[in-house]
Design a protein around this ligand. Sequence first.
Ligand code: TXA
Ligand code: MG
Length: 323
Amino acid sequence: MAESLADTQVLEPTDAGIAQAVEVLSRGGLLGLPTETVYGLAADAEDDRAVRKIFEAKGRPADQPLIVHVLPAWANRYAARWSSTAAVLAGAFWPGPFTMVVPKSEIVPQSVTGGLPSVGLRSPDHPVAVEVLRRFGRGVAAPSANRYGHVSPTTVRHVLDDLDGRIDAVLDAGSSEVGVESTIVELDENGSIRLLRRGAITVEQIVAVTEVPVVDCTSGPVRAPGMVLTHYAPAAPVEILTDAELQDRLTALDSSVLVVSCGPVAHRRSVVFEDDRAFAAGLYDALRRGDDQEVSLVIVAPPTRGELAPAIMDRLTRAAHRG
Ligand code: TXA
Ligand code: MG
Protein backbone atom coordinates (compact mmCIF):
# COMPACT_ATOMS: atom_id res chain seq x y z
CA MET A 1 0.00 0.00 0.00
CA ALA A 2 1.27 3.43 -0.91
CA GLU A 3 1.18 5.47 2.24
CA SER A 4 -1.12 8.41 1.69
CA LEU A 5 0.28 11.80 2.58
CA ALA A 6 -2.06 14.49 3.81
CA ASP A 7 -1.04 17.17 1.35
CA THR A 8 1.49 17.70 -1.34
CA GLN A 9 3.24 20.98 -0.68
CA VAL A 10 3.77 23.27 -3.66
CA LEU A 11 7.10 25.05 -3.20
CA GLU A 12 8.26 28.23 -4.91
CA PRO A 13 11.75 28.01 -6.44
CA THR A 14 13.09 30.59 -3.97
CA ASP A 15 15.98 30.13 -1.58
CA ALA A 16 13.59 28.95 1.15
CA GLY A 17 11.54 26.74 -1.20
CA ILE A 18 14.64 25.00 -2.52
CA ALA A 19 15.88 24.50 1.07
CA GLN A 20 12.58 22.78 1.90
CA ALA A 21 12.86 20.63 -1.22
CA VAL A 22 16.35 19.51 -0.24
CA GLU A 23 15.03 18.74 3.25
CA VAL A 24 12.37 16.45 1.71
CA LEU A 25 15.09 14.54 -0.17
CA SER A 26 17.31 14.35 2.93
CA ARG A 27 14.62 12.69 5.02
CA GLY A 28 13.94 10.09 2.30
CA GLY A 29 10.81 11.77 0.89
CA LEU A 30 9.47 12.28 -2.62
CA LEU A 31 9.88 15.55 -4.52
CA GLY A 32 8.36 16.71 -7.81
CA LEU A 33 11.33 18.26 -9.58
CA PRO A 34 11.14 20.56 -12.62
CA THR A 35 13.55 19.74 -15.43
CA GLU A 36 13.86 21.09 -18.97
CA THR A 37 12.25 17.92 -20.43
CA VAL A 38 9.38 17.00 -18.06
CA TYR A 39 8.80 17.11 -14.29
CA GLY A 40 10.55 14.25 -12.49
CA LEU A 41 9.57 12.40 -9.31
CA ALA A 42 12.78 12.56 -7.32
CA ALA A 43 14.21 10.68 -4.35
CA ASP A 44 17.72 10.21 -2.95
CA ALA A 45 19.35 7.86 -5.48
CA GLU A 46 21.44 6.22 -2.74
CA ASP A 47 18.54 5.49 -0.39
CA ASP A 48 16.89 2.20 -1.27
CA ARG A 49 13.79 2.87 0.88
CA ALA A 50 13.23 6.29 -0.64
CA VAL A 51 13.61 4.91 -4.17
CA ARG A 52 11.02 2.20 -3.49
CA LYS A 53 8.50 4.89 -2.60
CA ILE A 54 8.78 6.25 -6.16
CA PHE A 55 7.47 2.95 -7.57
CA GLU A 56 4.61 2.91 -5.05
CA ALA A 57 3.57 6.49 -5.72
CA LYS A 58 3.53 5.99 -9.51
CA GLY A 59 2.19 2.45 -9.52
CA ARG A 60 5.23 1.55 -11.62
CA PRO A 61 6.44 -2.06 -11.95
CA ALA A 62 9.65 -2.58 -9.94
CA ASP A 63 11.60 -3.95 -12.93
CA GLN A 64 11.49 -0.64 -14.83
CA PRO A 65 14.73 1.23 -14.17
CA LEU A 66 14.94 4.89 -13.14
CA ILE A 67 17.28 7.60 -14.40
CA VAL A 68 19.75 9.05 -11.88
CA HIS A 69 20.10 12.82 -12.21
CA VAL A 70 23.55 14.18 -11.46
CA LEU A 71 25.84 17.14 -11.86
CA PRO A 72 28.33 16.30 -14.64
CA ALA A 73 31.24 15.95 -12.19
CA TRP A 74 29.44 13.19 -10.26
CA ALA A 75 29.21 10.66 -13.12
CA ASN A 76 32.12 8.67 -11.70
CA ARG A 77 30.34 8.14 -8.40
CA TYR A 78 27.46 6.29 -10.08
CA ALA A 79 29.20 4.73 -13.12
CA ALA A 80 31.59 1.79 -12.66
CA ARG A 81 33.33 2.75 -15.92
CA TRP A 82 33.31 6.04 -17.77
CA SER A 83 34.52 5.39 -21.32
CA SER A 84 36.06 7.98 -23.61
CA THR A 85 32.82 7.90 -25.63
CA ALA A 86 30.83 8.67 -22.46
CA ALA A 87 33.17 11.57 -21.71
CA VAL A 88 32.82 12.95 -25.25
CA LEU A 89 29.03 12.66 -25.13
CA ALA A 90 28.81 14.26 -21.67
CA GLY A 91 31.07 17.07 -22.90
CA ALA A 92 28.78 17.70 -25.85
CA PHE A 93 25.29 17.19 -24.40
CA TRP A 94 25.48 17.71 -20.63
CA PRO A 95 23.77 19.41 -19.03
CA GLY A 96 20.87 18.61 -21.35
CA PRO A 97 18.09 16.26 -22.46
CA PHE A 98 20.47 13.31 -22.84
CA THR A 99 20.70 10.09 -20.78
CA MET A 100 23.52 7.57 -20.94
CA VAL A 101 23.13 3.97 -19.77
CA VAL A 102 26.50 2.79 -18.42
CA PRO A 103 27.74 0.08 -16.02
CA LYS A 104 26.55 0.98 -12.51
CA SER A 105 28.76 1.45 -9.46
CA GLU A 106 28.22 -0.32 -6.12
CA ILE A 107 26.62 2.78 -4.66
CA VAL A 108 23.52 2.53 -6.87
CA PRO A 109 20.85 0.38 -5.17
CA GLN A 110 19.26 -2.44 -7.18
CA SER A 111 15.89 -0.74 -6.75
CA VAL A 112 17.05 2.12 -9.00
CA THR A 113 18.04 -0.14 -11.89
CA GLY A 114 15.36 -2.82 -11.59
CA GLY A 115 18.15 -5.31 -10.91
CA LEU A 116 20.14 -4.41 -14.05
CA PRO A 117 23.94 -4.06 -13.87
CA SER A 118 23.66 -0.72 -15.70
CA VAL A 119 22.35 2.71 -14.73
CA GLY A 120 20.94 5.62 -16.74
CA LEU A 121 22.63 8.95 -15.91
CA ARG A 122 21.47 12.41 -16.93
CA SER A 123 22.55 15.91 -16.04
CA PRO A 124 19.48 18.15 -16.30
CA ASP A 125 19.71 21.62 -17.81
CA HIS A 126 17.33 23.47 -15.53
CA PRO A 127 18.47 26.09 -13.00
CA VAL A 128 16.11 24.81 -10.26
CA ALA A 129 17.08 21.15 -10.73
CA VAL A 130 20.75 22.10 -10.77
CA GLU A 131 20.39 24.12 -7.56
CA VAL A 132 18.57 21.25 -5.82
CA LEU A 133 21.34 18.82 -6.85
CA ARG A 134 24.09 21.22 -5.84
CA ARG A 135 22.64 21.77 -2.36
CA PHE A 136 21.63 18.13 -1.84
CA GLY A 137 25.10 17.00 -2.86
CA ARG A 138 24.14 13.65 -4.40
CA GLY A 139 22.23 12.20 -7.31
CA VAL A 140 18.45 11.84 -7.36
CA ALA A 141 16.61 8.98 -9.02
CA ALA A 142 13.68 10.37 -10.97
CA PRO A 143 11.25 8.97 -13.50
CA SER A 144 8.62 11.27 -14.97
CA ALA A 145 6.17 12.45 -12.28
CA ASN A 146 2.99 10.84 -13.67
CA ARG A 147 0.95 7.79 -12.76
CA TYR A 148 2.28 4.73 -14.58
CA GLY A 149 1.14 4.65 -18.24
CA HIS A 150 -0.31 8.17 -18.17
CA VAL A 151 0.91 11.26 -20.00
CA SER A 152 4.16 12.77 -18.67
CA PRO A 153 3.84 16.08 -16.75
CA THR A 154 5.17 19.41 -18.00
CA THR A 155 3.56 21.62 -15.30
CA VAL A 156 2.93 21.43 -11.56
CA ARG A 157 -0.80 21.13 -12.34
CA HIS A 158 -0.09 17.92 -14.27
CA VAL A 159 2.00 16.55 -11.38
CA LEU A 160 -0.78 17.27 -8.88
CA ASP A 161 -3.48 15.83 -11.15
CA ASP A 162 -1.63 12.50 -11.00
CA LEU A 163 0.15 12.49 -7.63
CA ASP A 164 -1.46 14.96 -5.21
CA GLY A 165 -1.35 13.45 -1.73
CA ARG A 166 1.08 10.73 -2.84
CA ILE A 167 4.27 12.81 -2.79
CA ASP A 168 5.67 15.20 -0.19
CA ALA A 169 6.26 18.29 -2.29
CA VAL A 170 6.68 19.70 -5.76
CA LEU A 171 8.79 22.67 -6.83
CA ASP A 172 6.92 24.99 -9.17
CA ALA A 173 9.06 26.32 -12.00
CA GLY A 174 6.42 26.81 -14.68
CA SER A 175 6.28 24.79 -17.88
CA SER A 176 9.06 22.46 -19.01
CA GLU A 177 10.78 23.95 -22.03
CA VAL A 178 11.54 20.87 -24.15
CA GLY A 179 8.37 18.94 -23.33
CA VAL A 180 9.45 15.40 -24.28
CA GLU A 181 11.72 13.15 -22.23
CA SER A 182 15.46 12.88 -22.80
CA THR A 183 17.17 10.96 -25.56
CA ILE A 184 18.53 7.69 -24.08
CA VAL A 185 21.58 5.84 -25.40
CA GLU A 186 23.29 2.74 -24.08
CA LEU A 187 27.07 2.55 -24.36
CA ASP A 188 28.61 -0.89 -24.46
CA GLU A 189 32.12 -2.22 -23.76
CA ASN A 190 33.42 -1.93 -27.31
CA GLY A 191 32.29 1.67 -27.70
CA SER A 192 29.13 1.07 -29.71
CA ILE A 193 26.10 3.28 -29.14
CA ARG A 194 22.52 2.03 -29.05
CA LEU A 195 19.61 4.44 -29.24
CA LEU A 196 16.95 3.37 -26.70
CA ARG A 197 14.64 6.41 -26.76
CA ARG A 198 14.32 9.38 -29.10
CA GLY A 199 14.43 12.89 -27.67
CA ALA A 200 15.67 16.39 -28.39
CA ILE A 201 19.27 15.26 -28.97
CA THR A 202 19.22 13.64 -32.41
CA VAL A 203 21.11 10.67 -33.87
CA GLU A 204 22.82 13.08 -36.29
CA GLN A 205 24.13 15.17 -33.38
CA ILE A 206 25.44 12.05 -31.59
CA VAL A 207 27.20 10.75 -34.69
CA ALA A 208 28.68 14.18 -35.38
CA VAL A 209 30.49 14.35 -32.02
CA THR A 210 31.47 10.67 -31.59
CA GLU A 211 31.96 9.56 -35.22
CA VAL A 212 30.52 6.23 -34.00
CA PRO A 213 27.47 4.76 -35.76
CA VAL A 214 24.28 4.68 -33.68
CA VAL A 215 22.24 1.48 -33.71
CA ASP A 216 18.53 2.23 -33.56
CA CYS A 217 16.96 0.02 -30.87
CA THR A 218 13.83 2.11 -30.39
CA SER A 219 11.50 -0.22 -32.28
CA GLY A 220 11.15 -3.95 -32.59
CA PRO A 221 11.49 -6.07 -29.45
CA VAL A 222 11.30 -3.93 -26.30
CA ARG A 223 14.93 -2.88 -25.79
CA ALA A 224 14.79 -0.53 -22.85
CA PRO A 225 12.75 -1.88 -19.97
CA GLY A 226 9.88 0.52 -19.56
CA MET A 227 9.73 1.44 -23.23
CA VAL A 228 6.37 -0.27 -23.46
CA LEU A 229 4.14 0.21 -26.47
CA THR A 230 1.19 1.72 -24.60
CA HIS A 231 2.16 4.86 -22.71
CA TYR A 232 1.35 8.57 -22.64
CA ALA A 233 -2.32 7.62 -22.96
CA PRO A 234 -5.07 10.06 -21.95
CA ALA A 235 -8.61 8.82 -21.19
CA ALA A 236 -9.86 9.54 -24.73
CA PRO A 237 -8.46 7.51 -27.63
CA VAL A 238 -5.73 9.16 -29.72
CA GLU A 239 -5.63 8.96 -33.51
CA ILE A 240 -2.71 10.09 -35.69
CA LEU A 241 -3.44 11.64 -39.11
CA THR A 242 -1.43 13.38 -41.82
CA ASP A 243 -2.32 17.02 -42.55
CA ALA A 244 -4.11 15.94 -45.75
CA GLU A 245 -6.13 13.26 -43.92
CA LEU A 246 -7.06 15.80 -41.26
CA GLN A 247 -8.36 18.28 -43.84
CA ASP A 248 -10.50 15.51 -45.37
CA ARG A 249 -12.02 14.57 -42.02
CA LEU A 250 -12.52 18.08 -40.60
CA THR A 251 -16.07 18.85 -41.69
CA ALA A 252 -17.33 15.54 -40.32
CA LEU A 253 -15.85 16.08 -36.82
CA ASP A 254 -18.15 17.12 -34.01
CA SER A 255 -17.01 19.45 -31.27
CA SER A 256 -16.22 16.67 -28.79
CA VAL A 257 -13.17 15.86 -30.92
CA LEU A 258 -9.97 17.67 -29.95
CA VAL A 259 -7.69 18.43 -32.90
CA VAL A 260 -3.97 18.98 -32.28
CA SER A 261 -2.02 20.16 -35.28
CA CYS A 262 1.02 21.99 -36.56
CA GLY A 263 -0.82 24.29 -38.94
CA PRO A 264 -4.06 26.25 -38.89
CA VAL A 265 -7.24 24.19 -38.69
CA ALA A 266 -10.88 25.25 -38.85
CA HIS A 267 -12.28 23.35 -35.88
CA ARG A 268 -13.82 24.59 -32.63
CA ARG A 269 -11.83 22.46 -30.19
CA SER A 270 -8.24 22.65 -31.37
CA VAL A 271 -4.66 23.26 -30.25
CA VAL A 272 -2.38 24.63 -32.96
CA PHE A 273 1.40 24.86 -32.73
CA GLU A 274 3.80 26.85 -34.86
CA ASP A 275 6.62 24.33 -35.34
CA ASP A 276 8.12 21.08 -34.02
CA ARG A 277 9.67 22.77 -30.99
CA ALA A 278 6.42 24.38 -29.84
CA PHE A 279 4.59 21.14 -30.62
CA ALA A 280 6.91 19.11 -28.37
CA ALA A 281 6.69 21.69 -25.59
CA GLY A 282 2.87 21.68 -25.64
CA LEU A 283 2.19 18.07 -26.65
CA TYR A 284 1.60 16.55 -23.21
CA ASP A 285 -0.61 19.42 -22.07
CA ALA A 286 -2.67 18.93 -25.25
CA LEU A 287 -2.88 15.15 -24.73
CA ARG A 288 -3.98 15.69 -21.13
CA ARG A 289 -7.01 17.58 -22.44
CA GLY A 290 -8.07 14.13 -23.61
CA ASP A 291 -8.76 13.37 -19.92
CA ASP A 292 -11.61 15.89 -19.99
CA GLN A 293 -14.97 14.11 -20.01
CA GLU A 294 -16.20 16.36 -22.82
CA VAL A 295 -13.47 15.09 -25.16
CA SER A 296 -14.38 11.88 -27.02
CA LEU A 297 -11.34 11.59 -29.28
CA VAL A 298 -7.98 13.32 -29.76
CA ILE A 299 -6.88 13.64 -33.39
CA VAL A 300 -3.27 14.65 -33.88
CA ALA A 301 -1.56 15.72 -37.09
CA PRO A 302 2.10 15.91 -35.99
CA PRO A 303 4.90 17.90 -37.64
CA THR A 304 6.83 15.90 -40.24
CA ARG A 305 9.86 18.19 -40.27
CA GLY A 306 12.25 19.43 -37.61
CA GLU A 307 14.65 17.86 -35.10
CA LEU A 308 11.88 16.98 -32.67
CA ALA A 309 9.58 15.33 -35.23
CA PRO A 310 10.90 11.77 -34.63
CA ALA A 311 10.55 12.05 -30.80
CA ILE A 312 7.03 13.49 -31.19
CA MET A 313 6.01 10.64 -33.51
CA ASP A 314 7.45 8.07 -31.07
CA ARG A 315 5.37 9.42 -28.14
CA LEU A 316 2.24 9.73 -30.27
CA THR A 317 2.51 6.17 -31.53
CA ARG A 318 2.54 4.99 -27.91
CA ALA A 319 -0.30 7.33 -26.93
CA ALA A 320 -2.40 5.98 -29.83
CA HIS A 321 -1.64 2.33 -29.08
CA ARG A 322 -4.33 0.43 -27.20
CA GLY A 323 -4.03 -2.96 -25.61
O1 TXA B 1 13.78 13.47 -19.55
C1 TXA B 1 13.78 12.47 -18.84
O2 TXA B 1 14.54 11.51 -19.06
C2 TXA B 1 12.82 12.45 -17.65
C3 TXA B 1 13.24 13.53 -16.68
C4 TXA B 1 12.50 13.48 -15.38
O3 TXA B 1 14.62 13.48 -16.46
N1 TXA B 1 12.82 11.16 -17.01
C5 TXA B 1 12.24 10.05 -17.55
O4 TXA B 1 12.25 8.92 -16.76
O5 TXA B 1 11.73 10.06 -18.64
P1 TXA B 1 11.32 7.65 -17.05
O6 TXA B 1 11.36 6.76 -15.89
O7 TXA B 1 9.99 8.08 -17.45
O8 TXA B 1 12.10 6.88 -18.13
C6 TXA B 1 13.27 6.17 -17.77
C7 TXA B 1 13.59 5.19 -18.83
C8 TXA B 1 13.15 3.77 -18.48
O9 TXA B 1 11.79 3.54 -18.76
C9 TXA B 1 14.08 2.95 -19.36
O10 TXA B 1 13.52 2.87 -20.64
C10 TXA B 1 15.34 3.81 -19.42
O11 TXA B 1 14.99 5.07 -18.94
N2 TXA B 1 16.41 3.28 -18.55
C11 TXA B 1 16.79 3.71 -17.33
N3 TXA B 1 17.80 2.96 -16.85
C12 TXA B 1 18.07 2.03 -17.78
C13 TXA B 1 18.99 0.95 -17.87
N4 TXA B 1 19.85 0.67 -16.89
N5 TXA B 1 18.96 0.20 -19.00
C14 TXA B 1 18.10 0.47 -19.99
N6 TXA B 1 17.20 1.48 -19.96
C15 TXA B 1 17.19 2.24 -18.87
MG1 MG C 1 7.96 8.12 -17.86
